[in-house]
Design a protein around this ligand. Structure first.
Ligand code: ADP
Ligand code: MG
Ligand code: MG
Length: 886
């Protein structure tokens, strides 16, 4: 037989699925011997049954009566008893805390007769009528569905008539009048009477709490917090205790530590002569909990004891609700309390220090997201006004600067010492200098993996993208908000990349001490030390190595300071931009081998210099260098711009320059409808003569130079976008030839492992074959996601991902968190077949997912050797790689 009701003495904290968090913890406190008003909990299972059928599950009502009888017997009086009524609270409580999202009804059991009894036994007529009017109001709105505003309106009118400010100033007569008025209000609104039968009140209140699981507020909250829809709420029924019986009574909330900083010591608010809801509602001003020591030393001492008991028992920060009834302390609720990221680190470190939890447990209680939060500077939240616009929080942190509308202006102003925010419709690789110069990047289009977002995150730069409320007019050098505010170039704006908001003017910033620690090793305060401690333990237990994606010596050096164990992805395309673009153009336009060789020859020393710097910064550690990946036309000028230039020259009667004509022809020749699926990656290397040879020569000569300088360079050569083993075989042959040649030329043997990216489904599915030619694999999960789903990551995100998230097609963008079932399956197949063909094959991941906490856990489970992510995500990946082993 299914059981629907558990007495507090029968439950415990491990029964939260069935009893909800509140019910389970009340049971736990009861068993610990803390003073909890007696009661019982109706299970979530009963709720689910009720919501499924619309009827009370069989036997539930009888069970409730039996448990009620036990509570009545212990109290020596019965529910609603005329001369001395037992009153009940009927409280909601789900598996996961949903504070204030569902309903609670207090003072069940009062009616026209028992209110008199309560007045007599309490010796306080006003209190009795106040309790009754609270019941009628709460019951009327929660159970009978009358708009709360109608009750509020009535009491406001009454207060105006009495010329008082505060509910407390209404007397017993006023409150009795309110009860009558509320009752007729309910009758008018619903056609039904407020039920006088206490048993009926209880029955209806329980069902109303069940129904509140599906209230609008609760549903919205669950969606935001990713709480499943089908859990249901438990209902806790408990004897009422009263904090509103006079000056020797009161209610409060308390934490065993400061939830903002984690600092130990009681922390909370107290309100004398009040019920708990008054504290939270903020109707009257509370006093700091420490004042209770003066007001009621005995209760304060007990409270401290109980909270110590709870913290030792739960071995964590607890928060509680309590009520003092005429000098007697009652515990009404406890749970492991929510806290800021800072507090999470501080508390975990301190409890581990005290020996209350193990270092593993301490690590489990912090998170990579929390660590990232420690790293970013912040806005002083007290100082923000209304936002100009909202967008996608693409790269967290806070930045202030003058709005500028192109890369050149950003660079110019930054060089003059001005802080700027680069505002674009969307960014392209051309904007890179401007992005580097800017404090933040703001775009009106594009999603979390748009160019702006990926690059900004890689640089640890604040970014809000896809702020569609903004109209960016680059030519006029201003943007306009939907509300019509016009922001001209040079106007200071503040960008909150954590919240995805933009503000007018400069919101003050608070710097991050943890960032200083990572850069310098300086442990400024306890929170920094706590973060450092968590990282150290993660490093000690993790199996996954963490490398960084870095393309410059500066990034490589920073990554190393942040704990990177090498470079998992060194892209070479940035090395083709800027002033070198001319040389790239020459290479593309070359009509003879000699012309091409000259262009490549000019690029060679520049590339070599880049590699020398990076290998030096990562001396002794592996540096995986990817051969050129993007389609070549990305390095040519924009077609429209070029065509306009040619046409205007024509219109002026001047012949366009031969160079422009040639360029235009090249752009047209190379145009591809789907460049992402076109001539790029290994295909480029196989088709453009000399390209691979030049890049490999630059790498090998850099290695030789470093060896001669006494260094320990470990360059690895990675071939992108391989779909078939034949492609890799051809590319590898060329690589090996060049390496051998340089060995001969220099007398220094150059040994670089050659491997490939696995970023096409075909590569994953033929990984066994590919492993014959590959000395390592690195999953390019951005392209792999793009090609496995058929989503163009440059286009889809802002467009329909929001709808897909809303409809529950996925719970997170697959570009952000690895899609375990699909893309993850490809990863597992490739790992299994790759290692079967080549035991000991080194396998890593270098896509954006390498720095995403949930994805890191997946890569650990899939048996990868390392994850590689942007330098600023390295500490996050280290922490999560440690947590993945727990
Ligand atoms: P929530 O989950 O929204 O916090 P609760 O079930 O905790 O809702 O109830 C709200 C308030 O009602 C509590 O803060 C407490 O002060 C008051 N309350 C609940 N049960 C009792 C009780 N048995 N005696 C006195 N006050 C109670
Ligand atoms: Mg509560
Ligand atoms: Mg790729």
């Amino acid at each position: 037989m299914v059981r629907y009701v558990y007495d507090f003495a029968e439950g415990g904290r491990d029964m939260a699925d069935l009893l909800g968090g509140k019910g389970a913890n009340l049971a736990e406190m009861t068993r610990l011997g803390l003073p909890v008003p007696p009661g019982f909990t109706v299970t979530t299972e009963a709720c689910r049954a009720f919501l499924a059928t619309g009827a009370e599950p069989e036997g539930m009502t009888a069970e409730i009566s039996r448990h009620l009888t036990a509570v009545e017997r212990a109290a020596g009086r019965s529910l609603g008893q005329r001369d001395d009524p037992l009153l009940l609270s009927v409280r909601s409580g789900a598996r996961f805390s949903m504070p204030g999202m569902m309903e609670t009804v207090l003072d069940i059991g009062l009616n026209d007769e028992s209110v008199q009894g309560l007045a007599k036994t309490s010796g306080n007529e006003r209190f009795a009528w106040d309790s009754y009017r609270r019941l009628v109001q709460m019951f009327g709105s929660t159970v009978m569905g009358v708009d709360t505003a109608l009750f509020e309106g009535t009491i406001t009118l009454l207060k105006e008539a009495r010329e008082v400010q505060d509910d407390v100033q209404l007397d017993a007569g006023d409150l009795a009048w309110l009860v009558e008025t509320y009752k007729s209000l309910i009758r008018d609104e619903t056609g039904q009477d407020f039920p006088q039968s206490p048993a009926e009140q209880l029955r209806l209140a329980v069902l109303a709490v069940f129904r509140s699981w599906n209230g609008e507020r609760a549903r919205l909250y669950r969606k935001r917090e990713h709480i499943p829809e089908d859990l249901g709420t438990a209902v806790t029924v408990q004897r009422m205790v009263f904090g509103n019986l006079g000056a020797d009574s009161g209610s409060g909330v308390a934490f065993t530590r400061d939830p903002a900083t984690g600092r130990p010591g009681l922390y909370g608010d107290y309100l004398s002569n009040a019920q708990g809801e008054d504290v939270v509602a903020g109707i009257r001003n509370t006093v700091p909990l420490t004042d209770l020591e003066r007001l009621d030393p005995e209760s304060y001492r007990r409270l401290c004891d109980h909270m110590g008991t709870l913290e030792r028992h739960y071995r964590d920060l607890c928060d509680i609700e309590f009520t003092i009834e005429r000098g007697t302390l009652w515990m009404l609720q406890t749970r492991v309390g929510k806290r800021t990221a800072e507090a999470a680190f501080a508390i975990a470190a301190e409890l581990a220090e005290e020996g209350l939890i193990t270092p593993d447990e301490a690590l489990a209680r912090v998170s990579g997201d929390g660590l990232a939060r420690l790293m970013f500077p912040r806005f002083d939240t007290a100082a923000t006004g209304d936002a100009l616009a909202h967008g996608i929080p693409a790269s967290p942190g806070a930045a202030v600067g003058a709005a500028v509308f192109d890369s050149a202006e950003a660079v110019r102003r930054a060089a003059a010492g001005e802080k700027v925010v680069l505002v674009r419709q969307e960014t392209t690789p051309d904007d890179l200098p401007g992005m580097l110069a800017a404090q933040a990047v703001l775009t009106s289009r594009g999603g979390k993996t748009s160019h702006a977002a990926v690059v900004a995150r890689g640089m640890g730069k604040v970014c809000v993208c896809g702020a569609e409320e903004l109209t960016v007019n680059t030519d006029a050098r201003r943007f306009t908000t939907r509300a019509g505010t016009v922001v001209e170039e040079g106007t200071v704006v503040s960008v909150d990349g954590s919240a995805g908001a933009v503000y007018l003017g400069g919101v003050p910033l608070v710097a991050s001490a943890f960032m200083r620690y990572l850069e310098t090793g300086e442990q400024a305060d306890g929170i920094v030390a706590a973060g450092a401690r968590a990282l150290r333990h993660a490093d000690a237990v993790r199996r996954l190595e963490v490398r960084a994606n870095a393309d410059t010596p500066e990034d490589a050096a920073r990554a190393r300071r942040f704990g990177a164990q090498g470079i998992g992805l060194c892209r070479t395309e940035h090395m083709f931009l800027g002033e070198r673009r001319k040389l790239v153009e020459e290479m593309i336009l070359a009509r003879t081998d000699a012309q091409r060789a000259r262009a490549l020859g000019a690029l060679l020393p520049l590339q070599r210099r880049d590699f020398v710097g990076i290998l030096e910064a990562m001396d002794g550690l592996p540096v995986t260098i990817r051969l050129l990946d993007p389609p070549l036309h990305e390095f040519l000028p924009d077609r429209t711009e070029l065509a306009v230039r040619v046409a205007t020259a024509d219109a002026r009667g001047e012949p366009p320059t031969a160079h422009d004509t040639e360029l235009l022809a090249a752009v047209d020749r190379m145009h591809e409808e789907n460049p992402m699926l076109g001539l790029r990656g290994v295909r480029l290397g196989l088709v453009v003569p000399g390209l691979v040879a030049m890049q490999v020569r630059a790498i090998a000569e850099a290695v030789v130079q470093r060896v001669r300088a006494g260094g320990a360079p470990h360059a690895e050569i990675m071939v992108p976008l391989v779909g078939a083993v034949e492609e890799l075989r051809l590319a590898r042959e060329e690589v090996e030839q060049v390496l051998a040649r340089i060995g001969e030329e220099t007398g220094v043997p150059v040994r670089c492992p050659v491997g490939t990216m696995i970023e096409l489904p075909r590569a994953a599915l033929t990984a066994g074959r590919i492993a014959e030619e590959a000395e390592f694999f690195s999953f390019g999960t951005n392209d792999l996601t793009q090609t496995a789903w058929g989503f163009s990551r440059d286009d889809v995100e802002a467009e329909f991902f929001a709808a897909y998230l809303d409809k529950g097609v996925f719970t997170a963008s697959p570009f952000e968190t690895i899609d375990r079932d699909g893309v993850g399956r490809l990863v597992r197949i490739a790992v299994d077949e790759g290692r079967a063909a080549r035991p000991g094959l080194t396998i890593g991941v270098c896509g954006e997912h390498g720095g995403d906490p949930e994805s890191v856990h997946f890569f650990h489970a899939a048996g990868l050797d390392y994850v590689s992510c942007s330098p600023f995500r390295v500490p996050v990946a280290r922490l999560e790689a440690g947590r993945a082993t727990l």
